[in-house]
Unconditional design. Sequence first.
Length: 139
Amino acid sequence: MMGTGGCRRMKIKELARKLNMTPRAIRLYEKAGLLSPERDPGNGYRQYTERDAWKLQTIAALRDMGFGVKPIRDLLDRYERGDSAAIHRFLEIQRMAMAAKWVEWKHAIATVDELIGKMERQGALPVDELFRLAGDLRH
């Protein structure tokens, strides 16, 4: 199916198959305002373009990196405006937030490893040590 200007149009099932996504996921991204396909005036079906496919691939990649819907919307808006400086700043901030979470998880894993070691040496769960380690994690 070809739209105006030779731009190939796809229905939702074809796009989902092409991107290995579910139509439901695509509809959720539409509902969240991340994607706005045109509708066929004759039957009301959604018509997706290669640009929509690119956008969905970008959304899926950002979701896989742990980005939420609002940050993705902001990033796509900046991309549409051609604001590469804002995109760069945004990604730097996201990277810093991810690094901070990584450090937290790294410390939590080390704490659990310490608790496992103590359990193996003592043969039981040292409850007082569990509370101390949990307190250390909060700080």
